[in-house]
Design a protein around this ligand. Structure first.
Ligand code: ZN
Length: 140
């Protein structure tokens, strides 16, 4: 098998990721409430300082925008690069892609909760963890 071939785990991961996005329709108001925005923006603020300390510069306004922005995504993916981003954001984001937007922050947290380690999510993103538990209880 080549490295680029998707594994069963990749497919499961994609599926869980899409489930997370589909929950936004029903639970958007709860998911993107002020406290989760604050948690996310606090992490973005720390990311700004971490990247600045490493010499990476982009428009500071990107860090305060919770929505997906292609230029910011390209900056993170191409200028910084995911290997660097991964090492800089350890303990800040459960996955570096979670830094791209509030929606991806939620979806990546949801993946972590179901596929990897809910305890890690609880430690790194306590508000997001609580939201996911609320939504699960609400759905049950
Ligand atoms: Zn997504």
């Amino acid at each position: 098998m080549t490295a680029r071939e998707p594994t069963n785990f990749d497919m499961l991961e994609n599926f869980i990721h899409e489930v997370a996005h589909s929950l936004e329709v029903q639970h958007g108001e709860n998911i993107y409430s002020n406290n989760l925005r604050k948690e996310f923006l606090g992490k973005r603020h720390r990311l700004y300082h971490l990247l600045k300390a490493q010499g990476y510069h982009t428009n500071p306004a990107f860090y305060a925008n919770i929505e997906y922005n292609q230029k910011f995504d390209e900056f993170l993916a191409n200028e910084v690069g995911y290997p660097t981003l991964l090492s800089l954001t350890m303990g800040l984001f459960v996955s570096p892609y979670g830094a791209t937007s509030l929606q991806e922050y939620f979806a990546n947290g949801f993946e972590k909760y179901y596929l990897d380690s809910p305890e890690t999510l609880k430690q790194i993103s306590p508000i997001l963890y609580r939201k996911i538990e609320e939504i699960i209880n609400d759905e049950a």
